[in-house]
Ligand binder design. Structure first.
Ligand code: DOR
Ligand code: ZN
Ligand code: ZN
Length: 430
C-alpha cells in the first residue's frame, strides 16, 4: 500500500508544524521526518490536521431517488467535505428496515471506497410507526448496524419507543430520534413565531420538539438505555438535555450547521431552499445552540444532508420537500459560527465533528487521536482561505444549498481514509 507523508501540518492547530508519515493505513511516525522514496507528499504548509470527520446524519437517496443522490455521489461530497465516515439514514425507497437493504447500502459504500457508509436501520417496519423492525437481524448483519432511526418521521408512540430503547440496550446500539410530536405539527410549514405569522404559514412549535425530547429522556433513563437526539433546533431542547445529562441520563445530541447559522428571517424571500425539518428557528435559538455545542450539552455536529430534485424544491413553499445539502459546507459553517466566534478551538472542532460522533455511532476506527499506531483517517484544513459556495459545483447530484453565493471560511484540502487520499484540493483522488 502507498506511503503518504504529510509535511508541515499542525495537528489540532496546535504547536509547530510536524511531518506525519502514513504507511499501510496507519500513522507510523510524527516529527521532523525524511521523505521516503516511494512516498506521496502532501505539502501542508502549516494547515490544521484533524481526525477525519464523522457524520451521524446523512441522507443518501439510494435506493429509490438516484436522480438526486447516489451512494457514490454522496460519498464524493462527504470526502470533499472532510468526512471519512457517514451514517446513511433509513428513509430510502424501499426503506432500510431489513438486513438485505442495509447490507446493500454498506457494500455500495465500500465499492465507492471514499468514506465508510454505515447504514442506519429503521426502528419501525416501513417507517410506519406501528411495529418494530428486526433490529437484532440488522445489528448482526454484514453491515453491523449501530444506529437505528425512523428519521424523517418521529417514533411517536411511547410504547414502541420504550420497546426500541429496551432492545437497543441488549444489542449495544443507539436509537436516534427525530423529535417531532406529529399531532402538534399537522400542516406545519415554518417555525411557529412572528415570521410564520407574517408570512401566513402554519407553525411548527418548539413544544413539538421539546415534548418528545423530554419524554424520550425519561423513557431512556427508566430503560437505562442510550438515546440520541437528532438535529436539536430549539433553546428549550438544550435546557432539557442539560437537565437530563445532569441526572445521568445516557443521552447524546447533534445540531446541524444550518441551525447554528441560519434563522427564520431568511423565510421572507419565500425561497423553499430554506425549508427544512425541523425548521429554521429564531436568532436566540441559534445563539443558544452554539453555546450548548461549545459547552458539550449538544455533543456534535451532524449535517442532515438532504438532497432534493429541482422540481421538489423549486416550487410553491407548501409543496416543497424539506431539506438542504450539508456535507461540503459543514466544516465552513462550523468555522464561521464556532471558531471565528471563539466558541471552539480546533481541539473542539475535532471533538464535535469527529470524536464524539464516532463514539456515539460506535465506530472504533474513526475519531481516533492523531498518534503513532492509530488508523490514518485524517482531514487537512486550510483555516484562513475563503471560498464561494456554488450548488452546481458541489459533488451531489442535487444542488439545494442554502449557502449559494456565500463566501465562507475554511477549506478542506485533503482527506485520507485508512491512509488512502480520497480528496485533494477540492477534487476526488483517483
Ligand atoms: O429536512 C429534512 N429532510 N428533515 C427530515 O427529517 C427528512 C429530510 C429528508 O429526508 O429530506
Ligand atoms: Zn429528521
Ligand atoms: Zn434527516
Amino acid at each position: 500500500m502507498k506511503t503518504v507523508l504529510i509535511k508541515g501540518a499542525r495537528p489540532y492547530g496546535e504547536g509547530d508544524p510536524v511531518d506525519v508519515l502514513v504507511e499501510d493505513g496507519v500513522i507510523t511516525d510524527i516529527g521532523a521526518l525524511d521523505t521516503p522514496e516511494d512516498a506521496e507528499v502532501i505539502e501542508a504548509g502549516g494547515q490544521v490536521l484533524l481526525p477525519g470527520f464523522v457524520d451521524l446524519h446523512t441522507h443518501l437517496r439510494e435506493p429509490g431517488r438516484e436522480d438526486t443522490e447516489t451512494i457514490a455521489t454522496g460519498s464524493a461530497a462527504a470526502a470533499l467535505g472532510g468526512y471519512t465516515a457517514v451514517f446513511a439514514m433509513a428513509n430510502t425507497d424501499p426503506v432500510a428496515d431489513n438486513a438485505v437493504i442495509v447490507d446493500h447500502v454498506w457494500r455500495r459504500g465500500q465499492e465507492a471506497g471514499l468514506v465508510d457508509v454505515h447504514p442506519v436501520g429503521a426502528v419501525t417496519v416501513g417507517l410506519k410507526g406501528e411495529k418494530l423492525a428486526e433490529l437484532g437481524t440488522m445489528a448482526k448483519s454484514e453491515a453491523r448496524v449501530k444506529v437505528f432511526s425512523d428519521d424523517g418521521l418521529c417514533v411517536a408512540d411511547p410504547l414502541l419507543m420504550r420497546r426500541a430503547l429496551e432492545y437497543s440496550t441488549a444489542l449495544g446500539v443507539v436509537i436516534a430520534q427525530h423529535a417531532e410530536e406529529p399531532r402538534l405539527t399537522v400542516g406545519a410549514q415554518a417555525h411557529e413565531g412572528e415570521q410564520a405569522a407574517r408570512l401566513g404559514y402554519t407553525g411548527w412549535p418548539a413544544s413539538a420538539e421539546e415534548s418528545i425530547v423530554a419524554r424520550d429522556c425519561l423513557l431512556a433513563e427508566h430503560a437505562n438505555a442510550r438515546l440520541h437526539v437528532c438535529h436539536v433546533s430549539t433553546a428549550g431542547t438544550a435546557d432539557i438535555l442539560k437537565w437530563a445529562k445532569e441526572r445521568g441520563t445516557k443521552v447524546s445530541a447533534e445540531v446541524t450547521p444550518h441551525h447554528l447559522l441560519l434563522t427564520d428571517e431568511r423565510l421572507a424571500t419565500y425561497d423553499p431552499v430554506n425549508k427544512v425539518n425541523p425548521p429554521l428557528r429564531t436568532g436566540s435559538d441559534a445563539e443558544k445552540l452554539r453555546a450548548a455545542l461549545a459547552e458539550g450539552v449538544i455533543d456534535c455536529v451532524a449535517t442532515d444532508h438532504a438532497p432534493h430534485a429541482v422540481q421538489d424544491k423549486d416550487c410553491e413553499w407548501s409543496s416543497a420537500r424539506p431539506g438542504m445539502l450539508g456535507l461540503q459546507t459543514a466544516l465552513s459553517i462550523v468555522v464561521e459560527t464556532m471558531v471565528r466566534t471563539g466558541l471552539l478551538d480546533w481541539r473542539g472542532v475535532a471533538r464535535v465533528m469527529s470524536e464524539r460522533p464516532a463514539e456515539i455511532g460506535n465506530l472504533s476506527d474513526h475519531g481516533r487521536p492523531i498518534e503513532v499506531g492509530e488508523p490514518a483517517n485524517l482531514t487537512l484544513v486550510d483555516p484562513d482561505t475563503e471560498w464561494t459556495v456554488r450548488g452546481a459545483e458541489l459533488a451531489s447530484i442535487a444542488a439545494n444549498t442554502p449557502y449559494e453565493g456565500m463566501r465562507l471560511p475554511g477549506v478542506v484540502t485533503a482527506t485520507l481514509l485508512r491512509g488512502r487520499i480520497t480528496a485533494r484540493e477540492g477534487k476526488i483522488a483517483s
